[in-house]
Design a protein around this ligand. Structure first.
Ligand SMILES: Cc1cc2nc3c(=O)[nH]c(=O)nc-3n(C[C@H](O)[C@H](O)[C@H](O)COP(=O)(O)O)c2cc1C
Length: 179
């Protein structure tokens, strides 16, 4: 069972989420490839996990491209998608309005039409080196301890549930070390 974990990330935090997912799948004995959606293809894998950071209610282009260009392959294999983005209160207790910004509707409907197994939203992390007025304002207006809302335990639990769905029985890797 060969699994592709692929992602689009502008400031690196979604890449780290993808790596944690890949690491967990490997701990279940799966053969995992992890890399940017920019140059990934799904032709010789048996399952795919695709994730993107969300900016202004949209997935980043490499992830959108992958979903579109690999649609024939994705239709025939199990695949899962995740978005990463919210931080602060939007991550811990999102309102209905917040949720609209966290799950790009077009991506969701395309993925659902292809038979996606599940879509999840993980908390994100604000840029550590913000550029421009908007990023700087977002960072300034968010307390230090709310700037990184990635929940490593939720991320690894999700990856473990995928490993089970793919037929892996038990975790054979090293015990979880918090990231
Ligand atoms: C300018 C800007 C716009 C953003 N827009 C959204 C958004 O629409 N929805 C959301 O959930 N998160 C949004 N975020 C939060 C990012 O998705 C979050 O910082 C994410 O973890 C970045 O991932 P990356 O480090 O992989 O690029 C935005 C962040 C910035 C800086």
């Amino acid at each position: 069972m060969r699994v592709l974990v692929t992602y689009a990330s502008k400031n690196g935090s979604t890449e780290e989420i993808a790596e944690a997912i890949a690491d967990e799948l490997m701990a279940y004995g799966l053969d995992v490839e992890c890399g940017s959606a920019h140059d990934a293809d799904a032709s010789d894998v048996d399952a795919v996990i695709l994730g993107s950071a969300v900016y202004a209610d949209r997935w980043l282009r490499p992830a959108r491209r992958f979903l579109k260009e690999e649609s024939d392959r994705l239709r025939g294999i199990p695949f899962w998608i995740f978005s990463s983005g919210p931080f602060g209160e939007q991550a811990t207790s999102p309102t209905d309005d917040d949720l609209r910004w966290q799950e790009p509707p077009r991506v969701l409907s395309r993925a659902e039409a292809l038979g996606v197994r599940e879509h999840v939203v993980f908390g994100g992390r604000l840029p550590t080196e913000p550029h421009g007025f908007i990023e700087n304002a977002m960072v300034r207006n968010t307390p230090d301890d709310a700037r990184d809302a990635r929940d490593w335990s939720a991320i690894r639990t999700w990856a473990a549930s995928i490993a089970h769905e793919l037929g892996a029985k038990e975790r054979i890797g090293r015990p979880i070390v918090s990231t």
